[in-house]
Design a protein around this ligand. Structure first.
Ligand SMILES: [Zn+2]
Length: 284
């Protein structure tokens, strides 16, 4: 089965580098991802654009809009990306730059970092961004759930807050990153109710293959996730994603395969990504 990783990172972020060394123990580099993707039959990864201006700065108020992938000199041919938005940098000129970036064949969507930046998805500040998403028929991805930084503010990243933006903009497809974890049942209701809301299953675990196994075997740890998936009763609305470098690719594929019924694997690991990110079809 060919696989699309709908959520990964390839940015020069200090906390990702530390995680790769200390927790997931993988090679966070150009060669590292190319090798892991080849070994796991991942044909395309969708990177989430992010730029850190100051060391350990993320969420960084001085980062530019748009934010791209800046880990190495070049981006692997098997990686495309969503440009990141910093709501503090949305002046006229920034919006022009954002508009321009969306013409790049490698740019397949827009990423908004809820919780890392203290604005709700439906806030006025993001409306010019949605206008561009509409203009170019591109999806918008929201970070939701736990923030990978103590400086984040969780209330802005709660999945229930996505209901309002989904209603405001029925003609934009949205992806709720991490399924709002740990508020997955709230996330499930928003996905269930709104035809334009999808969710990725990335970043539910941070660590090595051994850590993934440990969580997987713990009966309580994933009850909330399984409950939420079952409640939505609509597996084709979920997308596989790793959140690499937070976990190695193959063990995470194995984990997601186990929580999704087999007859929906083609959808979750491939078809739904094509539906949400139509621009990627030129790479497949
Ligand atoms: Zn991520």
């Amino acid at each position: 089965m060919k696989i699309i990783d709908a959520h990964m990172h390839f940015s020069n972020i200090e906390s990702f580098k530390e995680t790769a060394i200390e927790k997931s123990k993988l090679d966070y580099s150009y060669d590292g991802i190319v090798k892991e993707y080849e070994e796991s039959n991942v044909v395309l990864g969708i990177g989430m654009g992010l730029v850190e201006k100051e060391k350990e700065g993320f969420p960084d108020p001085s980062s530019p809009t748009p934010m791209g992938l800046d880990l190495d000199q070049r981006i692997p041919s098997s990686v495309v990306y969503c440009v990141g938005v910093n709501p503090y940098q949305l002046q006229k000129q920034d919006l022009e730059e954002l508009d321009k970036s969306l013409h790049d064949p490698k740019v397949v969507g827009i990423k908004i970092y809820l919780g890392y930046y203290p604005f709700y998805a439906y806030d006025e500040v993001y409306q010019p961004v949605y206008k561009l998403a509409k203009k170019y028929k591109l999806p918008v991805v929201f970070h939701t759930g736990d923030t990978y930084s103590e400086r984040g503010l969780l209330k802005y990243a709660h999945p229930l807050t996505l209901d309002e933006v989904a209603v405001q903009h029925r003609d934009i497809n949205f992806m709720m990153a991490h399924f709002g974890d740990p508020w997955t049942l709230d996330g499930a209701e928003v996905v269930y109710k709104n035809r334009n809301m999808f969710a990725d299953l990335s970043g539910l675990i941070v660590g090595t293959a051994t850590d993934i196994k440990r969580y997987q075997d713990s009966p309580r740890f994933f009850n909330h996730l399984k409950h939420a998936l079952t409640f939505t009763d609509n597996y084709p609305k979920f997308l596989f994603g790793t959140d690499w470098p937070l976990v190695p690719v193959q063990p995470y594929i194995d984990f997601v395969k186990e929580i999704i019924p087999k007859r929906y694997h083609e959808d979750v690991f491939y078809n739904t990504a094509l539906k949400v990110f139509p621009k990627i079809k030129i790479y497949l």
